[in-house]
Ligand binder design. Structure first.
Ligand code: EPU
Length: 418
């Protein structure tokens, strides 16, 4: 079993470079399977979810080559199978994007229900509603989703909830459908825009990504392209919080500051200094942290994927902060772990009240999911003594080289195997 061990109390200082966006990459890699040629994709984060997605594509007949750690070439021309491998699929949420891809490619998709982080019910009813509106029938059989159509025909789809996954999946299915598809109440996250840009480079006709109405005019063919993925908004936000939590001074490079605005605004409210440059942000903190209320929302609101990290920061702020998780039913499992370190947090349904404490103390804790793991690293970096984090496989699903990046910033951190 691998663990991360942190000796807390060091102020992080220096520069860190942000990797490509996980949630863009896990959509763009399967989207490459829709091309009639080879796609070369750069700035891909080297993390477990990506390795898994590559294995899934290979298993279905694609030729996947790592040109280097962060550049992947995908040749989908030999893909024959409309069924995705079961054992691999269960491990990641984004594997459900193969539903949209395979449906567009083979008019049929057989995919096991996705796994991924467990924070409450993760339905795919809006994905299926979209496929159905485009002309596909679906059934659920022994944990497998089976979707089939004669052909896909563009239509108007109004999503009942703002869903990243449903927006991505419907875009993927509609990109080669006959005629015009309009997705209303679409998600607006940066990775939705990145996927649309990638598909448009391949020859798709998608308009409006980044707004809540996306129009997709179906095209007959998509060509192979070279594309570079945007920087990871959440990885950048996580290092911003780490700098703040340790009272450090960190310049976070290779970011799009516009994508970080909701995080920057909250940090400034808490009393943290954030300076924006064209492709970097500098975060430093030399004053006590102030309490603040946070409500998670779809983009451009405060991202749910930063909720555990900002909660970890607020454990040491003066006063009581209220955190309202408005996207997921149950994303406070990590609170118990922070409590082991001395945090004073009480949870009532979707709201956590965080009463600031003077200090946190190192403990043995467990990463319950990806961002929960990031929150524990933040707590460990700012705690007295030693924190040991178990089940770090969750963290490695989404953060490239996190231990090395933190070592470069002066943290006392190591990964151990037992
Ligand atoms: N929802 C439905 N029906 C659906 C789909 C979603 O009711 O058919 C609900 C969900 O239950 C949830 C809300 O809609 O309450 C939002 O879910 P969404 O579909 O947007 O989430 P997702 O696509 O499954 C992606 C990210 C998550 C991130 C959420 C919200 C990927 C691979 N995952 O998940 O990222 O939390 O959007 O922004 O893009 C992470 O990176 O740590 C992570 C969990």
């Amino acid at each position: 079993m691998e663990k991360i061990v942190i000796s807390g109390g060091r102020k992080l200082k220096g520069k860190v470079s942000i990797s490509g966006a996980k949630n863009a990459a896990v959509a763009i890699l399967p989207a490459a399977a829709l091309s009639d040629g080879i796609c070369k994709i750069e700035n891909v984060p080297h993390i477990r979810d990506i390795v898994l997605m590559c294995k899934i594509l290979e298993d279905m007949g694609a030729i996947v080559k790592f040109i280097d750690n962060n550049t992947i070439e995908i040749d989908p021309r030999n893909m024959k199978s409309s069924s995705a491998p079961c054992d691999l699929m269960r491990n990641m949420r984004a594997s459900c994007y193969l539903l949209g891809v395979l449906l567009a490619k083979f008019s049929e998709a057989n995919v096991y229900l996705p796994g991924g982080c467990n924070f409450g019910l993760r339905p795919i009813d809006q994905h299926l509603k979209g496929f159905n509106a485009l002309g596909a029938d679906y059934k659920l059989e022994n944990g497998m989703v089976k979707v089939k159509c004669e052909k896909l025909v563009g239509t108007h789809i109004y999503l009942d909830v703002v869903s990243v996954g449903a927006t991505v999946n419907i875009m993927l299915a509609a990109v080669k459908a006959e005629g015009l598809t309009v997705i209303e109440n679409a998600a607006k996250e940066p990775h939705i825009v990145d996927l649309a840009n990638f598909l448009n480079c391949m020859g798709a006709d998608i308009f409006g990504a980044g707004t809540d109405v996306i129009k997709i005019r179906g095209v007959k063919t998509l060509k192979g392209v070279n594309y570079s993925i945007i920087p990871d908004q959440i990885e950048a936000g996580t290092y911003m919080v780490m700098a703040a939590a340790t009272g450090g001074d960190v310049t976070i490079d290779n970011v799009i500051p516009k994508h970080l605005e909701s995080i920057t605004a909250k940090l400034q409210e808490i009393g943290v200094n954030v300076e924006e440059y064209s492709e970097s942000v500098r975060v430093y903190c030399d004053k006590p942290l102030k309490k603040c209320n946070v409500k998670t929302m779809p983009h451009p609101g405060f991202p749910t994927d930063m909720q555990p990290q900002i909660t970890a920061l607020l454990t040491k702020a003066e006063g009581t902060s209220r955190i309202n998780e408005a996207v997921w039913d149950n994303r406070f499992k990590y609170v118990e772990e922070l409590q082991r370190m001395g945090a004073n947090i009480s949870v009532d349904g979707r709201v956590a009240s965080v009463e600031g404490v003077k200090e946190l103390n190192g403990a043995i804790v467990k990463a319950t999911d990806l961002r929960a793991g990031a929150a524990l690293i933040i707590a460990g970096l700012s705690a007295n003594g030693t924190t040991t984090i178990e089940e770090i496989n969750h963290i490695e699903r989404g953060y490239e080289n996190i231990v090395q990046k933190l070592l470069n910033l002066g943290a006392d951190i190591k990964k151990i195997s037992e």
